[in-house]
Design a protein around this ligand. Structure first.
Ligand code: GLN
Length: 484
């Protein structure tokens, strides 16, 4: 049994039928009961959360109304929440605590949301399964022998298992959408720049975005409304058009909506059970008068290579700051170079090391043109594919992943197999486009997601379209059979 929707709780809080303090207390009870098994949470500060909840209750009693006032939220452990650890799922950050709030966290707290916990994640957000956390792997609430997906594993499980009505993750190449698909929740990767990255530990800066996760698109809209908008602390941030249209979110009229199916995404490699669910979901749109047509994104086949060349290049640069001098863990060693090398060797896991090595190679003299430069050119071609497609359709619909959640260990011995799990989620970020994953039904008892991709800054339209689908279906209300 999940907590229900944020919109539902919003009404209860506004009507005085619920209190934020009671919600937060029951959330902690649930975490204590379930998280020994699910391992979604890395840190909490119950006293602070309860204090914030009581403050929200006072604001509610004084008649204040705002989208997230009094609602609990779980935060991925690469986003700063002042005073709490920001481990990024890594041992190298051991002992480091956030000195300031990320802008998105600051805005949520100012609007009265109550942060509950820091969520487990793949180390430095590198991973697709949740297995690369340096501390413990998060488990899928639908079947604990399966991965929840990554890298925002804990954030997604926190919503799926009903700890909180929403959470924040980050999405560089799929990290909110892939786990949302595996765990049956809804997640948005906003247009690049729509949410500030200030206070988000950088992985690949040209791709990183904060992504809200919730049960429904309407719930996501509540959180997005208070977080979006330009932030002077992030020069890549900008205002979100139609931000006022987020609350209350209205379902988009589907009549005449032109939905493009990229043929490249529906070729071999998509499991048949997932394909049938996608077809059924598309029929829901078609029954409402949407026009479904095939489109081509011909450079899709270069997306995984392009993403992993650019991502690792940026990783090799961004992660050089974790050197034992400024943050977290420091190894004892006779000289500064030894100390740096030892700290990084002890503190970083194998996947992070692999990416730093790959990225350093891509950027090194003699290889830069062949790898980094070429990948940048491919990125432009991929972005042009989308531009062309959006000349004839309003939105694209695709699978989120080739199949449902897989067992622990299935891909950890083969990095390439793990990278291929991202085949449907890395393209839109390369073009900076907003995209969303939402439940399309169950296959063999496991959730399968459908992805919607829109033109840049169509985030509100994307949510309205998802909301229309969720008003007509109930897949998003299915909850995992948790053993208490
Ligand atoms: N799975 C992808 C990767 O490992 C995406 C990660 C992310 O979006 N943070 O790079």
């Amino acid at each position: 049994m999940a907590v229900g929707t944020a919109v539902g709780w919003r009404e209860g809080l506004d009507a005085g039928d619920l209190s934020s303090e009671a919600l937060v207390r029951s959330a902690f009870d649930r975490i204590k009961r379930l998280d020994g098994q699910l391992c979604a949470i890395l840190a909490t500060d119950e006293d602070q959360s309860l204090r914030l909840a009581r403050k929200a209750d006072a604001r509610l009693r004084a008649g204040e109304r705002s989208p997230v006032l009094g609602l609990p939220i779980v935060i991925k452990d690469n986003l700063n929440w002042t005073g709490l650890p920001v481990s990024c799922g890594s041992r190298i950050q051991e002992g480091y605590r956030a000195p300031y709030n990320a802008t998105v966290v600051e805005r949520l707290i100012a609007a009265g949301a109550v942060p509950l916990a820091k969520a487990n994640m793949d180390e430095f957000a590198m991973g697709s399964s949740g297995e690369y956390s340096a501390f413990k792997p998060t488990r899928n609430p639908w079947d604990t022998s399966l991965v929840p997906g990554g890298s925002s594993s804990g954030s997604v499980v926190a919503v799926s298992a009903g700890y909180a009505p929403f959470s924040l993750g980050s999405d560089t190449g799929g990290s909110v959408r892939l786990p949302a698909g595996f765990c049956g929740v809804t997640a948005l990767r906003p247009t690049y720049g729509a949410l500030s990255r200030y206070g988000l530990t950088a992985m690949a800066s040209s791709l990183d975005q904060v992504g809200p996760i919730a049960t429904t698109a309407a719930d996501i809209a509540l959180a997005l409304q208070v977080m979006a908008g330009r932030d002077p602390m992030d020069s890549t941030s900008t205002d979100l058009p139609r931000q006022d249209g987020l609350v209350p979110l209205r379902p988009r009229n589907l009549k005449g909506l032109r939905i493009g199916l990229p043929t490249e995404y529906f070729a071999d490699g998509l499991e048949s059970g997932s394909r049938s669910l996608l077809e059924a979901a598309l029929q829901v749109f078609a029954d409402q008068g949407a026009e479904i047509r095939n489109v081509s994104l011909p450079h899709t086949r270069y997306a995984i290579d392009t993403y992993y060349l650019l991502c690792t290049s940026e990783v090799s640069s961004n992660l050089s700051r974790f050197d034992g001098v400024r943050y977290g863990h420091r190894a004892g060693a006779p000289s500064l170079p030894d100390m740096i090398a030892e700290t990084r060797d002890q503190g970083l896991g194998p996947e992070v090391k692999r990416r730093i090595l790959l990225g350093t190679f891509c950027l090194s003299k003699g290889y830069y043109d062949a790898f980094y430069q070429k990948a940048m050119k491919a990125r432009t071609l991929i972005a042009r594919d989308f531009e062309r497609a959006f000349e004839s359709v309003d939105i694209l619909a695709t699978p989120v992943s080739p199949g449902p959640a897989f067992p622990f260990g299935a891909k950890t011995n083969d990095p390439l197999a793990m990278y291929l799990a991202d085949v449907f989620t890395v393209t839109a970020p390369l073009a900076g486009l907003p995209c969303l994953s939402m439940p399309a039904g169950l296959c063999g008892g496991l959730p399968v997601g459908i992805q919607l991709i829109g033109p840049a800054f169509s985030d509100v339209m994307l949510l309205e379209t998802a909301h229309a689908f969720q008003s007509l279906t109930s897949h998003h209300l299915e909850t995992p059979p948790l053993s208490a």
